[in-house]
Design a protein around this ligand. Structure first.
Ligand code: AMP
Ligand code: MG
Length: 301
């Protein structure tokens, strides 16, 4: 998933965390990846590109698309798993760190915007029906939903405690043997080798951060980051530089961190609340704004 994964599992042999890692790699390669040839999303996108309009998908992918479609509705389109045409145009994952990055023309952006949005997609009985050549991109939820899959294994194996970290998404699980709480650091978006503080959490939680510092290109002194605003077609400018969401569900923590980044503080708070999630924003000016329930759990540094 283009990120660093680390796992700490209490009370299990090391081989067990190896099996979790295999599971994540398998999920990426057979289902989620939009670039691995043969993954389900890759095949789906190719078929739509070739003009097919009615496509059958696996139970899992169907679930993910439905879940994503609900958040699309609830975020008024700010969160969009069918954003593939636009994200491919910007191609920020591949362009990050390259010498001469290019930004798309306004014309190309205008055109790509016609091929995004769940208003073009109907989901019924494991079938996706599209009325435009949309492309799916599950990049905003991959890590979070992998955490949900891992959680199911931890439950099945009766693991007592674990901390699983996949790039911007982390899951704390169970109770540590010494009863202490989990400490999850939040990166300082202005100095990414520092942190702004940490969350002290008990039990099972999924914590996802979306930040404009994660992947971006710079052209003519302007920064273009990887979280796109489906309305403008450009990287989201909502007054925030990082958003951290805490939820008991990995898919939702990951989706909502992306969604809240696009929506900004006011609307983001309302959306997170609707999903019983807590959110912490770092604004452009460095202010920290969070859900009241997080105040007691956040230790500022
Ligand atoms: P994250 O780092 O979890 O916030 O996810 C960012 C990734 O999600 C990007 O690299 C894109 O692949 C994709 N993406 C960008 N903008 C959006 C959006 N508005 N809704 C859904 N996915 C998006
Ligand atoms: Mg996300």
């Amino acid at each position: 998933m283009g990120t660093v994964v680390s796992m700490r599992v209490y009370g299990k042999e090391e081989a067990f965390s190896g099996s979790l890692w295999d599971m994540v790699a398998q999920l990426e390669n057979t289902l989620l990846s939009k670039s691995v040839e043969g993954s389900e999303v890759f095949v789906l996108n190719r078929a739509i590109e070739a003009g097919e309009q009615k496509l059958q998908v696996s139970d899992k992918l169907y679930d993910y698309l439905q879940h994503g479609s609900r958040i699309f509705q609830d975020s008024q389109g700010a969160f969009d798993l069918s954003i593939g045409a636009l994200s491919a145009l910007w191609n920020l994952d591949a362009q990050t760190g390259t010498e001469n990055p290019v930004i798309p023309t306004e014309e190309a952006i205008r055109e790509a915007k016609e091929y995004i949005g769940f208003q073009h997609c109907q989901l019924q009985d494991n079938t996706v029906t599209v009325d435009a050549r949309v492309q799916f991109d599950l990049g905003a939820v991959g890590k979070g939903l992998a955490l949900d899959e891992i959680r199911a294994s931890l439950e099945q194996e009766q693991v007592t405690a674990a901390v699983i970290s996949m790039g911007g998404s982390i899951m704390t699980y169970g109770e540590k043997p010494d009863g202490s709480s989990f400490k999850v650091a939040i990166v300082n978006p202005f100095h990414t080798d520092e942190r702004i503080g940490y969350l002290e959490l008990k039990g099972t939680n999924c914590i996802s951060t979306s930040g404009s510092y994660e992947r971006y290109i710079e052209v003519d002194n302007n920064r273009y980051h990887h979280i796109l605003d489906p309305f403008s077609g450009y990287p989201a400018k909502s007054g925030v530089v990082s958003v951290t969401v805490v939820s008991d569900n990995g898919f939702e923590s990951d989706a909502l961190s992306t969604a809240c980044f696009v929506l900004g503080v006011e609307k983001g708070m309302i959306l997170a609340d609707k999903y019983h999630a807590q959110v912490l924003f770092v604004t452009d000016s460095g202010e920290i704004v969070m859900s009241p329930a997080l105040e007691a759990l956040f230790v500022k540094e």
